[in-house]
Design a protein around this ligand. Structure first.
Ligand code: PMP
Length: 392
């Protein structure tokens, strides 16, 4: 009976919390996992009710913010990059090795977490315009953080070039046997491979292969390329519509539409920008990386999303669904809705919720607030006055 149920173990798996009897462990319960790495992958696919109702399609979002190490899809990538480097002897636990990476944050956070779990140091180079939460987090994770003035990729002081150089300097000068390893997420095959090995198969299994569109932004391109390749090539879902969700200011949209990668804010072919000109963090692309190239021929279309649309979607998700996620997730959801509206009713559209909203309070959610989208501010100030009066 329900009275006799002891809520000794709670599993928040697909379909909601399951309260278990003592010593009763169904197959679906991941009771003990081996370290924090055991919390990576197998994320739920959330049906977003409000967006599904609004579009007449199934809008399903892969809850990648539930990856338990760095709370983004980059956990999968970081783990695969580290494991491959260990297999090749480029990283050896206990040797005092350092992992170097150029990142806008998420990959750095995943690498810093896994570095601690496996006995390495992390040295993260990131552009100085990213949210302060990510920098604070990296410091708390014990990483060395080099904040770099935004510069074009051709500049030796672009954050990726600095990370590569730091690893080389480490190896040239180290007086100990320790080595520096440049993870190189933009150009590493281990990035999109991680999504071919895990994210793609999970989505296929969770939908039973009934999936009509996959929508994702591209930072390195790893997620979009890996998942799309798995579904279209390995699983032969040749009718699947793969769609790039692109923030305004990124060059990806033009690349898909016209074959040339340039953003609306620069002249065709100049490619002078370092970061993408948008408040959105983590996605937007302006050069053909290995990870972009791995999948671009399988991408059918692109949807361009403005910062204001992303802000409005972020608020919508909180207000209607209680889902509080970062800016790239909001861009993905806007593009998923646009994609769904162009498809027959009942289509299944899968997208990605990349990281938690808490990581974006100081920048993205400040913009949301500045746009006047947050309700209740007037209400709240009344409560403060009432509370003060009660205290008198
Ligand atoms: N969202 C966030 C928050 C990210 O940091 C990234 C990676 N930079 C992405 C999405 C995009 O992932 P990918 O690199 O696989 O294109």
């Amino acid at each position: 009976t329900s009275d006799s149920r002891r809520r000794s173990s709670v599993f928040f798996g697909g379909g909601g919390p399951v309260f278990l009897e003592d010593h009763d462990t169904p197959e679906t319960t991941p009771s003990i996992v081996d370290g924090i790495e055991g919390c990576i992958g197998n994320t739920p696919l959330i049906r977003i009710k409000s967006l599904s109702e609004a579009t007449g399609c199934d809008i399903l979002a892969k809850a990648e913010f539930l990856n338990g190490a760095g709370m983004s899809p980059k956990d999968r990538v970081a783990l695969n990059m580290i494991q491959k480097a260990e297999e090749q002897g480029l990283l050896v636990p206990g040797r005092g090795d350092t992992i170097y990476e150029g990142t806008v944050g998420s990959t750095g956070i995943s690498l810093a977490t896994l570095a601690k779990a496996r006995g390495y140091h992390a040295h993260i180079c990131m552009p100085s315009d990213q949210s302060s939460e990510k920098v604070d987090l990296l410091h708390h994770l014990g990483a060395t953080v080099e904040r770099v003035t935004p510069a074009p990729i051709v500049d030796p002081n672009h954050y990726v070039n600095i990370a590569r150089r730091r690893a080389a300097e480490h190896n040239a000068s180290s007086e100990t046997p320790s080595r520096g390893f440049f993870a190189d997420q933009f150009e590493s095959e281990a990035n999109y491979e991680a999504h071919m090995l895990t994210t793609g198969p999970e989505i296929y299994a969770q939908t039973g292969g009934k999936i009509d569109a996959f929508v994702a932004g591209a930072g390195t391109g790893g997620t979009l390329s890996g998942v799309t390749r798995y579904l279209k090539v390995e699983k032969q879902l040749t009718n699947l519509r793969a769609v790039l969700a692109d923030p305004y200011g990124s060059g990806g949209y033009n690349r898909i539409r016209s074959g040339v990668m340039y953003s609306p804010t620069e002249k065709e072919g100049t490619r002078r920008r370092s970061q993408v000109d948008s408040i959105v963090e983590g996605i937007g692309i302006n050069r053909v990386t290995l990870n972009w190239k791995a999948g671009e021929k399988f991408v059918d279309d692109a949807v361009r999303v403005t910062d204001e649309q992303a802000c409005r979607m972020a608020r919508w998700l909180v207000q209607h669904d209680g889902i509080f996620v970062g800016s790239s997730s909001a861009v993905n959801c806007v593009a998923a809705v646009v994609t769904a509206l162009g498809m027959p009713r009942g289509s299944v559209v899968v997208t990605v919720l990349c990281d938690p909203g808490m990581r974006h309070l100081s920048k993205f959610y400040k913009r949301v607030k500045d746009l006047g989208l947050e309700e209740n501010e007037e209400e709240e100030s009344k409560h403060v006055v009432v509370a003060d009066k009660n205290n008198e």
